[in-house]
Design a protein around this ligand. Sequence first.
Ligand code: GDP
Ligand code: MG
Length: 598
Amino acid sequence: MSLEKIRNFSIIAHIDHGKSTIADRLIQMTGALTDREMKEQVLDSMDIERERGITIKAQSARLRYTAKDGEEYILNLIDTPGHVDFTYEVSRSLAACEGALLVVDAAQGVEAQTMANVYLALEHDLEIIPVLNKVDLPSAEPERVKQQIEEVIGLDASDAIECSAKTGFGIDAILEALVKRVPPPKGDPNGPPKALVVDSWYDNYLGVVSLARVYDGELKAGSKIRFMGVGMDYPLDAVGYLTPVLQKVPSLKAGDVGCVMAGIKVVKDARVGDTITDARNPAPEALPGFEEAKPMVFAGLYPVDSADYEDLKEALEKLSLNDAAISYETETSPALGFGVRCGFLGMLHMEIIQERLEREFDLDLVTTAPTVVYQVELTDGTSVEVHSPADLPAQNKREAILEPFILASIMAPSEYMGAVMTLCTERRGIQRDMNYISDTRVMIQYEMPLSEVVMDFFDRLKSATKGYASLDYQMLDYREGKLVKLDILINGDPVDALSVIVHADKADMRGRELAKKMKEIIHRQMFDVAVQAAIGAKIIARETVKALRKNVTAKCYGGDITRKRKLLEKQKAGKKRMKQIGRVEIPQEAFLAVLKVD
Ligand code: GDP
Ligand code: MG
């Protein structure tokens, strides 16, 4: 296939605007799959993903399409993850394309992640084709949304395509536009091979499979390849296309997008963004921009039953076969025993890993409140990275604590702007910009500490705007903050896993609220439990959980044995997520309580 007949494209959209449904339709219309093979939402392959309605790992499909000009074209669809936690992966997928469909829900209009994705696409010089989806909805206003695309994004929307992925209307127009408007790939078919790793995943039978976009040369099965960033050579066992079912071919040529299988054992060795070349005929330099995904948020994961510790480690090892961004190290907590401290790209990444550990590996875990990475400057002139409040060097040893800042972009209807601004200010935000994107919608930008966003910010934002706000953020830098460690003591003993790093101005209030919250959460025991909040040696709050006097089952007077049993079973189930600390049982909610106070 000559380069002239290839089109490489992605679909970018705010979540729920219809990216996956459009992808399904494109696959269906080009006959890549028979109806029987056409499961709903083929591209979202993992269960959790489907339930959450988001795409975690990028996947792709090679579509054959005979255009109105009578010629057959190859359309390579490269699916991108749609969430801010995975920005680097989105960026790499877009780097492999010449064009992008910009899908905007014609009833919702432009949202924060629409903008973020457009910026990424523009950075890669992609031809952007605006697509207004869901025009079947009575509330669709395609003309208004076109105007918004022109005014807010600055893209020409005069030949935007109106479609409905639900009814199939307009899908043929999208296929034609891809052929006519997206430029064919450029490259030197005879040069030394150069291919970009767009995605890598672990397959039980094949080992690591990488999806790669070939720029120059040819990757031949049987040759020896080199991953230039990681610096490792492998024999190339096989290459193939995803149609979306894997179809092996003798080689991948310049302009192609396809799979590379080289018997690699973990995805860390075939990283997204790395350049593949031929080990015997290597390219002089790698493609630009290979980065390692850096964890931004850390949390402790502890098995409820300490006997499950080895299982937890084994499960994490398995998960990291497939997730190069996950990192973990052993952690011991005097309170919680053996566990791991895990690094995540962001909050969503963290939730997904926790859920997979519990669901796929059947582990009951206690999770500590997530913390960002702090840089602590010490009095001896050195500095350390701190991933856990428990590791914060003592006050007399530290000079300064620096915390990561982000630029948050929020879009919401103008009537909620007051509430949004109040929330951002409470979270130590500094307003940077504010623009009307239509008569009724505003985009506002704040510089904010990441730690404040980790603390329940998105849920608060949603409730402050009745669900109408959208959020996107990017990392800025590290800044010095007036930060202190707030400890919680149970019956006089500090519980390391309950410590948090907070801003000094808020520490007193947080301490009081946290102690109060703990009092509500900790069940009454057979004895009084003292809950204290402290900063250094100073106790700032004290609450008491009063001792239980009566037997719980006592209220089931009479001989109602089934009711009694039910109550006992309920107690047992409630116990699942408890940790015994000293003589006191602490429920899981206590470890996350800090996220719920402000
Ligand atoms: P994604 O998050 O961008 O991948 O969005 P999905 O493709 O998962 O779609 C989000 C929701 O919108 C799903 O419930 C779809 O069934 C629905 N949807 C997608 N396209 C259309 C459309 O053209 N019309 C209508 N009415 N609903 C649609
Ligand atoms: Mg989707």
